[in-house]
Design a protein around this ligand. Structure first.
Ligand SMILES: Cc1cc2nc3c(=O)[nH]c(=O)nc-3n(C[C@H](O)[C@H](O)[C@H](O)COP(=O)(O)O)c2cc1C
Length: 496
C-alpha cells in the first residue's frame, strides 16, 4: 500500500513534468513564430521574464527599494500617516524630521513665541454656504470627502465613506455617477455632483430634468449641488468608466447600457461660457432651493475676471455659492496620461489666484472656496487654509483610509483592495463597517493635527490661519512669507 502510493506520486510527478515541458515547448514555438513582440521572437521563453519583472517592478520598488519620501503620486510617509490616522494609532515619530527642508517651494509654518493653549479652545467656526438660497447649508467641517462616483468606486467603498462621513460629521461628494442608494443610506451630508453627462439628473432625451432635480432636492441629506466643469487629472475630458465596470446596477443609476464604456462629453453641452454657467447655476439653485456651485481646474485664469464681472452685473446673490478648485495633481478613476501629466495648474499655483481674484471683485465672502489636490495631511490642509480656502476635500486621502495600497489599477476592475473593483473577489476584502470607522478616524485626526498647527502658529482655530502663518523656500534658499509672495489684495479694487 505504502509502495503503491509512492509509485503513484512518482508517476503523477512524471506526468506533471511532461505537461510542463510540453507547455514550455508550445510557448517557445509561439514566441518564435509570433511577430508582435520582438523581444519574445528573439529571446523565446526567457523574454517573458522581462514582462513579468516589469509588471512586478512597481510592487518591488514600493516594498523594497523606494525611500520613504520618494514615490509618486503619494510617498510612503504620506500613506503611512493616513493609515495610522485612520486606525487611530499613534502618529508621533521619534528622533527627528526626515523631510528635506531645502528644496524650492518647501513650506514651513510660522510658530508663535507664545502658542495658544490647546486646552483653552472650544470655539467652532461654522461657515454658511449659499446665504441667499431657500435652504442654505451651515457646517463646521474643515475636511470632507471629494467626489468619487459609484462606478469608479465600489458599493462597499461608497458605504464605508457614507457611514464614515456620518460618524465624522463631514460631507461626502457623490462624484459624477449620480446619487446611489448607498450614498443615501447612512444619512450623511451629501454634495450631489452633476458631471458633464449629468448622470441621474436627465430625462429620457438626455436633457437636464427639473423633475429629477426636485426629486434629489427632496432628500434632506443632499445639502448642495456641484456642477463639475473639470477635474484636476483630466481637464477637458469627461468622466471615463470602462465597460468592465459598468454593472447593470450602475448602468441603471446612470441610465446607460451595461458593460459599455461610459464616456461623458468633454464639457456640459449647455455650458459654453460664463453666462451659460451662471444661468445653469441659477436654474439648479432655483429649482432645488439649495446652494449650487461648480468644480473646476485653473489653466488660463483670465476667464475668472469675465465670471466675476458677469456676477457683479447680475447681482451678488446670483453668484455661484462655492467654487471647488481642483489642482492638476488631482486623482482620477481613469484618464489619458497626457492630460494627467500635463494639463492644468497645480493647486499651489491656482489657489492664490482664485482667492485673490474673488477678493479683488469683493466676492470673497460670498463665494466659498473648496480646495483639493493631494491635500491629504494636516500640513496640506493648514497650507490651504493659510492661502484662503474655506474647506479642503480629498479623494485619495480617503482611499488610503479605506486601505488603498496605491496599486494604480483603478481603471481595471482589479483593485486588490476592492475600493475601485466591482468584482466580489476583491470587494469582499473591504468591510464597510470597519472601514467606516477608519474614515471617521482619519477626519478626526486630520482636524486635530491641523488644530495643533494652528495653535503653534498662535491662532485659536485652523480657519484663523492666514498667509502670514506660512513661508515658502525660494531661489536663494531662504524662505519668504506667503503674505509677501501673494500680497494682500484690496477688497473690491477691480470694481472701482
Ligand atoms: C477613483 C477616483 C474617482 C474620481 N471620480 C471623480 C468624479 O466622479 N468627479 C469628480 O469631480 N472628481 C473625481 N475624482 C477626483 C477627486 O474628486 C479629486 O478632485 C482629486 O482626486 C483630488 O483630490 P486628491 O488629490 O485628494 O485625490 C476622482 C478621483 C479618484 C481617485
Amino acid at each position: 500500500m505504502h509502495i503503491d502510493t509512492t509509485l503513484l506520486i512518482i508517476d503523477s510527478l512524471k506526468i506533471l513534468f511532461l505537461i510542463v515541458i510540453i507547455g514550455l515547448f508550445v510557448v517557445f514555438l509561439w514566441d518564435v513564430f509570433q511577430k508582435e513582440h520582438s523581444i519574445l521572437r528573439n529571446y523565446p521563453l526567457i523574454g517573458h521574464f522581462r514582462y513579468i519583472l516589469e509588471s512586478l517592478g512597481v510592487y518591488l520598488r514600493q516594498y523594497f527599494y523606494a525611500g520613504d519620501r520618494e514615490e509618486l503620486p503619494f510617498n510612503r510617509e504620506q500613506r503611512s500617516w493616513v493609515y495610522r490616522a485612520a486606525k487611530d494609532a499613534d502618529t508621533m515619530i521619534g528622533f527627528g524630521s526626515t523631510r528635506d527642508l531645502t528644496p524650492l517651494g518647501t513650506i514651513f509654518f510660522v510658530d508663535a513665541p507664545f502658542p495658544v493653549l490647546g486646552s483653552d479652545i472650544s470655539k467652532t467656526t461654522p461657515v454658511t454656504v449659499g446665504p441667499f438660497c431657500r435652504l442654505p447649508f451651515t457646517t463646521n467641517t474643515l475636511f470632507n470627502i471629494s467626489g468619487m462616483s459609484y462606478g469608479s468606486i465600489s458599493k462597499n467603498a461608497v458605504l464605508a465613506l457614507a457611514h464614515g462621513a456620518k460618524m465624522a460629521g463631514c460631507w461626502l461628494n457623490t462624484g459624477e455617477g449620480g446619487v446611489s442608494p448607498y450614498h443615501l443610506e447612512a444619512g450623511c451630508d451629501l454634495v450631489a455632483q452633476l458631471g458633464t453627462a449629468k448622470y441621474g439628473f436627465c430625462d429620457e432625451k438626455g436633457n437636464l430634468s427639473d423633475e429629477r432635480l426636485k426629486l434629489m432636492a427632496n432628500y434632506p441629506q443632499i445639502k448642495m449641488f456641484e456642477i463639475k466643469l473639470s477635474q484636476g487629472a483630466k481637464p477637458g475630458k469627461g468622466g471615463i468608466l470602462p465597460g468592465v465596470k459598468v454593472t447593470p446596477e450602475i448602468a441603471s443609476i446612470r441610465n446607460i447600457a451595461p458593460y459599455k464604456d461610459s464616456i461623458s462629453p468633454n464639457r456640459h453641452t449647455d455650458i459654453s461660457n460664463v453666462k451659460e454657467l451662471l444661468d445653469v447655476v441659477e436654474h439648479i439653485r432655483e429649482v432645488t432651493g439649495k446652494p449650487t456651485g461648480f468644480k473646476t481646474v485653473l489653466g488660463s485664469y483670465e476667464w475668472l475676471d469675465d465670471l466675476c464681472l458677469e456676477i457683479i452685473k447680475r447681482g451678488k446673490e446670483k453668484a455661484p455659492d462655492f467654487i471647488t478648485l481642483d489642482g492638476s495633481e488631482g486623482g482620477t478613476g481613469a484618464a489619458p496620461l497626457s492630460l494627467v501629466d500635463y494639463m492644468g495648474l497645480p493647486i499651489a499655483e491656482s489657489l492664490p489666484v482664485l482667492v485673490d481674484t474673488l477678493v479683488e471683485y469683493g466676492l470673497r465672502e460670498r463665494i466659498k472656496v473648496i480646495a483639493s489636490g493631494k491635500l491629504v495631511m494636516p500640513a496640506d490642509v493648514a497650507w490651504a487654509l493659510c492661502v484662503g480656502a474655506d474647506f479642503v476635500v480629498s479623494a485619495r486621502g480617503f482611499a488610503f483610509a479605506l486601505g488603498c495600497i496605491q496599486a494604480l489599477r483603478c481603471h481595471t476592475n482589479h483593485c486588490p483592495t476592492g475600493i475601485t473593483s466591482h468584482a466580489w473577489r476583491y470587494q469582499r476584502g473591504l468591510d464597510p463597517t470597519i472601514k467606516a470607522v477608519r474614515v471617521a478616524n482619519y477626519v478626526k485626526n486630520m482636524v486635530y493635527e491641523t488644530r495643533v498647527i494652528a495653535h503653534s502658529c498662535g491662532v485659536e482655530v485652523p480657519r484663523d490661519l492666514n498667509r502670514k502663518h506660512a513661508r515658502m523656500v525660494t531661489e536663494n534658499g531662504l524662505s519668504v512669507s506667503l503674505a509677501e509672495l501673494y500680497p494682500e489684495r484690496v477688497p473690491g479694487i477691480k470694481l472701482r
